[in-house]
Write a protein that binds this ligand. Structure first.
Ligand SMILES: [Zn+2]
Ligand SMILES: [Zn+2]
Length: 551
């Protein structure tokens, strides 16, 4: 093969928001951009997250020259441990310093130590036939980049996740010049972020959030509790700055947010005035008007700090009259119901709650239509592949491509696993490679969900909890009755089940009536409590199925 074709294969990220992972292959040599996860929806009980099917990369593991990560969001990094496990721990991983810092922390949890190579924007890396350049973009995570890939067939540009923020918090603008040079020098193919392709106009600058914060901080008299994404260092920076201006201290609450802030602080991406960051026990001793607590759980996750605060189950933070709670993040579709419940709980306890719909406490990190057209015009690619979106996002993005003059036949809406082939005769779809979704439970095995359930039933058994609840009062009128199968010998089961019943009664006894009436939350609590009890007692993880009848 002295004139091989170039193959571009999205393994994920073109049929969903999440699972971002694209393979580039030339003359049998492979590089991979991003290896992301996706969080499960309500239809995937017991699944912690989802990663792409890496079969194709496993089968070609020896040909992978490197993995390039555009930024530290989990929909780009979360599949990396699984990709490395399935291929080789020897494959080098490239990213900007903060991205590498975040990845390193994550990989440590999985006991993986591949070569991690920090690269700065405008720096180049040579991997086999590819020359790879990092290009600064603005996004809701610090230190994000797009990628220019020079191949023997021509230049490919991948934007990564981006928006065009003219006033970024750290002053690091999108590198317009480099993107337009890519256009001047001729770009073969552009892959661009489609998340907000349905939205007209421009996305607001991250700094707009500051205005909302300023007005909330000026009028709040009590404590301020803010929930946001753990990776949003710019948001945390703005919270720190506005707090300092209003004479408040900040405490970060929750493991992921503390870890990320630590890394960002160490690498100089987050700046904290001295004595601003306090431990939770320290800050709770201050007068209310000096307190800001930053935490996660803005998506209504039942086990998160915010959820515990909202349902009065957090051991040290109790909501009281005068508290202001800000949900500074997008309500991700599918999570609205659980977020709504948390907001209701918080209002019931006397807090003032401020969220996306009522104030500008969140702006998106993704480009809207005008910015997307700007990017298309800067890079002026011959071929265009919209990525990072569900089908409708890709379709909208393709319309924008057409508007700026890319011929229809040069725009490719792909499916996960589909191959785009480019050679001297042009570009075309040509076949597929194995693709799909793999369900992950904890850090455990990679298996198809049905198999996982079967295995779990076979090896770990099942514990069924049945009870009946009065709809109006939330009183448990019958049960809990417990049935176990397959994980504890008959003769030992009585004492064990008594203990489990006690755990449930304890949980029920400490819950507020409105939590008890919230069946999904109630089930989550029961599952959580039993999981701990069973693991401690017999070191097993049976499937736990709480069944609650409303009467
Ligand atoms: Zn992102
Ligand atoms: Zn993303």
């Amino acid at each position: 093969m002295n004139n091989p074709s170039l193959r571009i294969i999205p393994l994920g990220g073109v049929e969903e928001i999440g699972l971002n992972c694209t393979v580039f292959e030339y003359g049998g040599e492979i590089i991979v951009i991003d290896a992301g996860l996706m969080f499960p929806d309500d239809e995937m009980p017991g699944v912690d997250f989802v990663v792409p099917d890496f079969t194709y990369l496993r089968e070609n593991a020896g040909n992978i020259r490197g993995i390039i990560i555009t930024h530290g969001h989990e929909d780009h990094t979360g599949g990396l441990p699984f990709l490395l496990r399935e291929t080789s721990e020897e494959i080098p991983v490239y990213g900007t310093p903060l991205t590498i810092g975040m990845i390193k922390e994550k990989l440590r949890e999985y006991h993986l130590e591949p070569p991690l190579i920090p690269v700065k924007p405008r720096e180049e890396v040579r991997l086999g036939p590819y020359e790879i350049e990092f290009v600064r973009v603005t996004h809701s995570v610090v230190d994000g980049v797009g990628i220019g890939i020079r191949t023997p067939r021509g230049l490919i540009v991948h934007t990564g996740d981006f928006k065009v923020d003219p006033t970024p918090v750290d002053g690091e603008l999108l590198d317009f010049r480099r993107f337009s040079e890519f256009g001047d020098n001729g770009t073969l193919l552009l892959l661009s972020d489609s998340t907000n392709a349905e939205k007209g106009g421009f996305t607001f600058s991250e700094k707009e959030v500051m205005r909302a914060f300023e007005s909330i901080f000026s009028s709040a008299r009590g404590r301020i509790i803010i929930a946001t994404f753990a990776s949003n260092i710019h948001r945390i920076q703005q919270i720190v700055d506005v707090s300092a201006r209003h004479g408040r201290k900040v405490s970060l609450c929750g493991k992921s947010i503390v870890t990320n802030a630590d890394i960002a602080l160490r690498l100089g991406y987050l700046k904290m005035p001295e004595n601003t960051w306090l431990r939770l026990d320290q800050i709770l001793r201050l007068p209310d008007e000096e307190v800001v607590i930053v935490t996660t759980g803005s998506q209504g996750e039942p086990m998160s700090v915010l959820s515990r605060i909202a349902t009065d189950e957090h051991k040290s933070i109790k909501i009281r009259e005068g508290d202001t709670v800000i949900l500074s993040s997008k309500m991700i579709p599918g999570n609205e119901r659980s977020i709504g419940k948390i907001i209701n709980h918080l209002f019931r306890r006397g807090a003032d709650v401020i969220y996306e719909k009522v104030s500008e406490v969140h702006v998106s990190g993704h480009a809207s239509k005008e910015e997307l057209k700007l990017m298309l015009n800067l890079v002026r690619p011959e071929y265009f592949m919209p990525v990072h979106g569900e089908y409708r996002h890709l379709v909208y993005h393709s319309h924008l491509g057409r508007k700026v003059g890319i011929p229809d036949e040069n725009i490719f809406i792909m499916h996960d696993g589909e191959v785009l082939e480019i050679d001297s005769g042009g570009a075309r779809k040509n076949g597929t490679v194995p693709s799909g979704r793999v369900f992950i439970d904890g850090k455990g095995d990679i298996e198809d969900m049905v198999l996982r359930d079967r295995r779990r039933l076979a090896h770990d058994g099942v514990l069924i909890v049945i009870m009946a609840m009065e709809k109006t009062s939330g009183r448990i009128s019958s049960g809990p009755d417990l049935v176990s199968r397959g994980f504890i010998p008959e003769e030992e089961s009585e004492g064990f089940l008594d203990g489990a019943r006690e755990v449930i009664l304890n949980i029920l006894g400490t819950l507020e009536p409105e939590v008890i009436q919230d069946i999904s939350l109630l089930k989550a609590r029961i599952r959580g409590g039993l999981k701990k009890y069973i693991y401690k007692a017999i070191n097993r993880r049976p499937m736990i199925l709480p069944i609650v009848f409303e009467i």
